[in-house]
Design a binder for this molecule. Structure first.
Ligand SMILES: Nc1ncnc2c1ncn2[C@@H]1O[C@H](COP(=O)(O)OP(=O)(O)OP(=O)(O)O)[C@@H](O)[C@H]1O
Ligand SMILES: [Mg+2]
Length: 275
C-alpha cells in the first residue's frame, strides 16, 4: 500500500507519494491552472484529460491555452479537484493501484469535506480528509521536542488564503484541534498588492510574479539597474501583519498571542520572510 498526500491549493497542487515498505518518497507540484484543450499543429507533449465530456489540460500544460483559469472558490475546487487529482495519478511514478489518499482541506471548508471526499472517491477508493495545517504540526512534532508545549497556533500562508488551526497537545503527544478557519484574501496575493501600493512608476506595473520575487529578496531590477526595495517591503509587511493580527484577534481573541508555540507553514511564508 502506498500513501498519497494531496494539497490542492489556489496557487499550486502539491502531492507526495510515500511507500513505507520501500522507504521511498516522491513529491511533485504544479500550478493550479485549468484550461479546455485546443489542439495546435505545433505544441509540446501535453497530458489531455477527458472530464464531463470535455478535453482539459492542467498545470503547466494549461499555460498558453485560451480560457486558462485559476480556481477561485469552493465550487471551483469541488468541481476540478477530481481532475487535478487524476493529473497527479498520471504523473510518472504516481500511477499505482493500491494507493490510499490523504487530502488536505482548508479548515474554513471543513463542513463541506464530505463533498470533496466523495468527488475524489470517484477517482480513488480510499480517501481520508484532514484539515490543512495538521500535516505541518505532525511534521514539527516528529522533529522537535515539544515538551511543555500545550497549545499551538498553526498558520498556513497560502496564495489566496491564510489558514489557522489552534491545537491543544494532550498527554502522550496526542492532539486536539480547538478551532480552525480559513482567512480569505490574506494570502501572498494580498501581500503583493500591498507591496505594489508602496511602489511607484514602472515597478508598480510589473506582473505579480515579478513582484513576488522582489518581495522575497527585497531587491528590484529595472533596465539592468538594481534597486533596494527593503523599505517598501518592510512597510508592506508591516501593513500585512497588522491586517493578519486584526483578523486573528477577531477570530480567536487574544488567545493567539498566548499559545506556547506558533508554527508557520505554506509557500507564502517564504515570501513574507518575517522576523
Ligand atoms: N519555496 C518557495 N519560495 C518562494 N515562494 C514560494 C515557495 N513555495 C511556494 N511559494 C509561493 O508561495 C505562495 C503560496 O504557496 P502555497 O503553495 O502555500 O499556496 P496554496 O496552498 O496554493 O494557496 P492556498 O493555501 O491559498 O490555497 C505561492 O504564490 C507560491 O508561488
Ligand atoms: Mg495552501
Amino acid at each position: 500500500m502506498e500513501y498519497l498526500g494531496m494539497d490542492i491549493g489556489f496557487g499550486d497542487v502539491k502531492a507526495v507519494l510515500v511507500n513505507r515498505e520501500l522507504e521511498t518518497l516522491k513529491a511533485i507540484s504544479f500550478p493550479t491552472l485549468v484550461a479546455g484543450y485546443t489542439p495546435a499543429p505545433l505544441e509540446k507533449d501535453k497530458t489531455v484529460l477527458c472530464f464531463g465530456g470535455k478535453k482539459y489540460v492542467l498545470g503547466r500544460d494549461a499555460r498558453g491555452e485560451p480560457g486558462c483559469f485559476q480556481l477561485s472558490d469552493f465550487d471551483d475546487m469541488k468541481e476540478f479537484a477530481p481532475l487535478l487529482f487524476r493529473k497527479v495519478l498520471q504523473t510518472d511514478g504516481f500511477e499505482g493501484n493500491e494507493i490510499a489518499v490523504c487530502a488536505g482541506m482548508p479548515p474554513g471548508w471543513w463542513p463541506q469535506r464530505g463533498e470533496v471526499a466523495n468527488a475524489l472517491r470517484a477517482e480513488m477508493q480510499t480517501v481520508v480528509v484532514v484539515p490543512q495545517g495538521q500535516g505541518a504540526f505532525v511534521a514539527v512534532q516528529e522533529e522537535k521536542d515539544l515538551e511543555g508545549v500545550e497549545t499551538v497556533l498553526i498558520l498556513d500562508f497560502g496564495y489566496n488564503t491564510v489558514d489557522y488551526l489552534l491545537m491543544e497537545i494532550t498527554k502522550y503527544g496526542e492532539f486536539e484541534i480547538i478551532k480552525g478557519n480559513t482567512l480569505p484574501r490574506l494570502g501572498v496575493t494580498k501581500l503583493v498588492k500591498l507591496f505594489r501600493g508602496e511602489l511607484k512608476g514602472e515597478l508598480s506595473e510589473l506582473p505579480d510574479r515579478a513582484l513576488k520575487e522582489m518581495l522575497r529578496t527585497g531587491q528590484g531590477k529595472l533596465y539592468g539597474e538594481n534597486i533596494n526595495l527593503s523599505g517598501h517591503k518592510r512597510r508592506a509587511v508591516e501593513k500585512y501583519c497588522a491586517m493578519l493580527m486584526g483578523e486573528l484577534k477577531s477570530n480567536v481573541g487574544e488567545t493567539w498571542r498566548e499559545t506556547d508555540a506558533v508554527i508557520c507553514t505554506g509557500g507564502g511564508f517564504t515570501t513574507l520572510n518575517p522576523k
